[in-house]
Ligand binder design. Structure first.
Ligand code: 1YM
Length: 662
């Protein structure tokens, strides 16, 4: 066993009661299903049901169907789930659960399968008595997917029969449920295939990586459940990828820490249950300075935390302080360690399965149930306290790490004060920043430019009313490997902090941001890519809200200039060049003598303005944090201890970091 596992002892733990027992105790039949509204409403306002109709919404459909299989797994009836991307970008989801009920529904007088797929709000979760723990639309998912699909086919294996039903054009039943074949008596399960309606969605193409990341996550969060993803668009993908983790969230922690240097071997895994609420946490420290804490409720990422996270964090700080004081590592005169100190270098996954979760906050990303705080605190403090007592060598390493973090935090505080006092006042800083005249952050933007020569052109070519220029002279520090105090000793980073106006660390205040747009303007070469990634790491680690609120952009300088006659045309990349050239008449094309733009520094002020800076003409790419877990994995690849993945990445993306949509 690679992890140490403690089960909480005094939390009224009923060891023999599992989730599935809770479910089996409840009994409800098809009459629990309430019939509420038609599917037309979903087609009229898809956003209300699935958020967006962009690529995210397209993938959301898959999760709605998969969630039904996951529910079946959590109820203890399903062991295998398979997701297939078909050649035509339709999706098939298969499970080996009980199969959706096929009996006639008393209210609709139609089969339950048809009811579940055509009646909004049909499903166990609204019927009462059903105990569902996965995320999604709480029982309306199947009908929403049907409403937004060109066609849907459902096959149910049950009672030795194969039942089949097909819907078309937003959920219209073609023919009622019928038996099309027989099967072995003990075979049960559901197979759903759907093709999203292209009239509803901006894109029809499924992204393998997006599906893979979430399917892998579902496998980590549901130990023992086997999930498979296969891409039938890819001729070479014959077997698919399998995800099955007997260690559950412990293996998730190991996965996140894979390319980091861990400071103790064992992953600590604690779990407990009370009143049908199941709580577990897995953790391990690495030698880095960042915290990677991810929490989930019923498999949904609670990105804004909540009571489960609060309970654990509170207990973590208390237990480490108590241990350090009891063992005289922390002396009487010393201040206690803070939450930030004990979280440095911590990778932690928190997972709670709750029969009635209350999600709060604007994006519903916070767990509100107050009883979970106590449960989380109890389970964690009992288990972790025992771990420290039984593993004094690890306890020492963990406490020492927190003590070092505390010292660094105090040093950073001093450095920040010096930064605040000195930089704004020194001519050194103002010699560097060419600020804009406007003091209105709403219309102001700052270009962070690589090198003095490009900085010079940018300064001449800018609109000095709204555009500020900050040239970077040296390489900025790689903050993935540095603490705040070290980052603050780097002059380039200090200039950036001072220019932004927000402060950093504990002082950070987004409302003080002096520019609405922060635009990274680097060359389209290897060095440029490197600087851009360093800047993104800095922003992601120390100015996350700036990224989260969409303030960070990458400028897109052109790669080619095409001249013919008196016409000058700039194009962003090879593809655009080809497209433009093929649009020209043969004779003009033959005479066009195409120039590759080497660097920003080579463009004169007018050219730079016209191609890259002018609000009317330029192309900017907004940098977003769409998935913190995925983003961290990318940063790890690019910035972590392993050199090889970084070198490969830079080689592959020498021209543009186009796929780095963090
Ligand atoms: C590929 C998609 O939908 N599986 C699935 C769905 C259900 C059941 C089993 C199921 C649930 C219950 C009882 C219950 C659903 N049933 C319903 C409803 N896979 C997929 N597998 N028997 C079977 O919740 O008690 C909705 S989903 F409402 F009909 F019970």
């Amino acid at each position: 066993m690679f992890f140490i596992k403690y089960v909480a002892i005094n939390t009224k733990l009923r060891k023999d009661v599992k989730m599935e027992d809770n479910i089996k105790q409840e009994h409800y039949d098809a009459s629990d299903i309430q019939v509420l509204e038609g599917l037309e409403a979903v087609r009229k306002r898809p956003g209300m049901y699935i958020g967006t109709t962009d690529i995210k919404g397209l993938h959301h459909l898959v999760w709605e169907i998969v969630d039904n299989s996951i529910d079946e797994a959590l109820a203890g009836y399903c062991k295998n789930i398979e997701v297939i991307i078909n050649k035509d970008n339709s999706i098939t989801v298969k499970d080996d659960g009980r199969g959706i009920p096929v009996d006639i529904h008393p209210k609709t007088k139609k089969s339950t399968v048809e009811t579940v797929y055509t009646v909004l709000h049909a499903g166990g979760k609204f019927g009462g008595g059903g105990y569902k723990v996965s995320g999604g639309l709480h029982g309306v998912g199947a009908s929403v997917v049907n409403a937004l699909s060109k066609w849907v086919e459902v096959k149910v294996y049950k009672n030795g029969n194969v039942y089949f039903i097909r819907f078309e054009n937003g959920g219209h039943t073609i023919e009622p449920l019928k038996i099309i074949d027989n099967c072995e008596l003990n075979r049960t399960g559901t197979v759903v295939t759907f093709k999203p309606d292209p009239n509803i969605f901006d894109s029809e193409i499924y992204d393998y990586e997006t599906l893979k990341v979430r399917i892998r996550e579902l496998a980590f969060l549901n130990k023992g459940l086997s999930l498979t993803l296969r891409d039938d668009r890819d001729e070479e993908d014959t077997t698919g990828e399998h995800f099955l983790y007997e260690g559950g969230i412990s293996e998730y922690v190991r996965f996140i820490n894979k390319s980091k240097t861990v400071i103790h071997d064992n992953i600590i895994h604690l779990e407990g249950e009370e009143d049908g609420i199941f709580f577990e946490v897995a953790m391990q420290y690495n030698s880095g300075y960042n915290e990677n804490i991810y929490s989930f409720v019923n498999n949904i990422n609670t990105h804004d935390g909540g009571t489960h996270e609060e309970g654990v964090k509170r207990a973590l700080t208390r237990v480490i302080n108590n241990y350090a004081r009891k063992n005289n590592i922390l002396k009487e005169k010393d201040d206690s360690l803070t939450g930030d100190d004990v979280k440095e270098g911590l990778t932690m996954i928190i997972s709670c399965k709750h029969p009635n979760p209350q999600f709060e906050g604007q994006t519903k990303g916070r767990l509100g149930n107050s009883e979970v705080r106590k449960l989380a605190d109890n389970v964690f403090s009992q288990g972790f306290d025992r771990f420290l007592m039984e593993n004094p060598e690890y306890a020492k390493i963990i406490v020492n790490k927190a003590m070092l973090a505390c010292r660094a935090r105090n040093a950073a505080k001093k450095a920040r004060e010096i930064t605040r006092k000195s930089d704004l006042a020194t001519s050194n800083f103002f010699g560097k920043l060419s600020d804009c005249k406007s003091k209105d952050p709403k219309i102001s933007e700052i270009f962070i430019v690589e090198g003095d020569s490009a900085g010079g052109s940018a300064k001449k070519g800018r609109d000095s009313m709204t555009q500020a220029i900050l040239p970077l002279r040296g390489k900025i520090l790689n903050v993935e490997k540095a603490r705040l105090d070290k980052a603050l000793s780097n002059e380039e980073i200090r200039s950036i902090i001072t220019a932004f106006g927000t402060g950093i660390g504990e002082d950070f205040d987004l409302s003080k941001l002096r520019y609405n747009k922060i635009i990274i303007m680097t060359d389209a070469d290897v060095d440029g890519s490197h600087i851009r990634v360093l800047l993104l790491t800095l922003f992601y680690r120390f100015f996350k809200p700036i990224v989260e609120n969409g303030h960070v952009y990458a400028a897109q300088p052109p790669l080619f200039r095409i001249m013919h006659g008196k016409t000058r045309k700039y194009v962003l990349d090879e593809a655009e060049k080809e497209e433009y050239l093929s649009s020209l008449p043969e004779n003009v094309r033959a005479r066009a003598e195409i120039a590759r733009m080497k660097g920003l520094g080579e463009m004169d002020a007018d050219e730079l303005n016209e191609t890259t800076m002018d609000i009317e003409k330029r192309t900017l790419r907004r940098i977003s944090v769409s998935d913190c877990v995925a983003a961290d994995a990318i940063f790890e690849k690019l910035m972590g201890d392993d050199v090889e993945p970084r070198r490969n990445f830079i080689e592959e993306n020498a021209r543009f970091v186009k796929n780095l949509d963090i």
